[in-house]
Design a protein around this ligand. Sequence first.
Ligand SMILES: [Zn+2]
Length: 365
Amino acid sequence: MCLLAFLVIVFPVVAASLSSIAPVQRVVVVGGTHGNEYTGVWCIKALDRRSNKLKSEYSSLDISTLLANPQAHFENKRFVDDDLNRQFSHAALHGTDDNDNFPKTVESLRAQEINEILGPKFDADGSKADVVIDLHTTTSNMGITVIVAEGDVLMTRAAAYVIQKCGAEARVLLHTHKTRESRPNLCSTGTHGFTIEVGPVPQGVLRHDAVEKTDQVLYALLEFLHLHNQNSQELYEKMSRDFPSHVVPCFCSAPAKRPGEMSGKIKWPSDPENPNFPAVMVHKDLQDKDFHLVRTGDTLFIDLEGNEISYSGSHGSPVHLIFVNEGGYYYANSGTGIGVAIDAKFSLETGKLVQEETADMVSEL
Ligand SMILES: [Zn+2]
């Protein structure tokens, strides 16, 4: 007993290896959820051409692809009637939200089909897809951002692995919807969902560098999943060395408050004659400043008379602004405005935020 006590005191505590999680098999890579985000569509077409190589390199995975919104993609639009990436909450899928047209919009009908292909999300037997990887781009200067749901242990570990591989430009953004039922995004149809955002990229444009960055994240993620299946002990021992405290820095998005939002935003007023045309413009001093800290009184917008509009502190101060001047957020259906996030950390063991005070701040946003 004495010797044991001596050892505990003298030698530093080494983090225990991470607990094991069930293997995954069926992985679906989705492009064109937003029809004018061409990068993801390019990447899934390229993936299809490498299918034989994928089978040998990631032999434990069954990888397939899906073009989510073919009609919107063909028309080079974000969506035809409604944002497809807001159609997968329990209320939206079952026609109990405030959508009077249910289920007649192009996207609500397509959501039903996708839910059958990847889910069904709310089926007691579970989803057909173990992991859904959804490829997006943004017109804002978000670099490489991977978005995962708080509490999804496998995906938060995957996110940590990916940012470690992709370097300083890569960040993790945690979404904190209270339940899977309330998550409206397409990748929530799978047992696990992982969203990749790369920017800045104009809508309806292919850029080689953006495709390469998306592929870099995608292949790091496939590598993680394969290692998780094949040699999880070695993988998690390595991750325990990379993150000795089992805590990973991230950004945490403000909770969504309005219909159509994926996360909380500083809303901008819209033109009275066109809800999709902003009545104020993002100020030049804020342009491209994604993830920068903003404080009460800092300038956000400029109006038609040239008046500068400053931050009121409505979401706390200081906060990080994300998706600054994102073209997709000009649409009322997608939730207009600029995203808000705070610094946070999550646990590799639980996938949850680790600081009590962080959780309190988020709930106030
Ligand atoms: Zn998108």
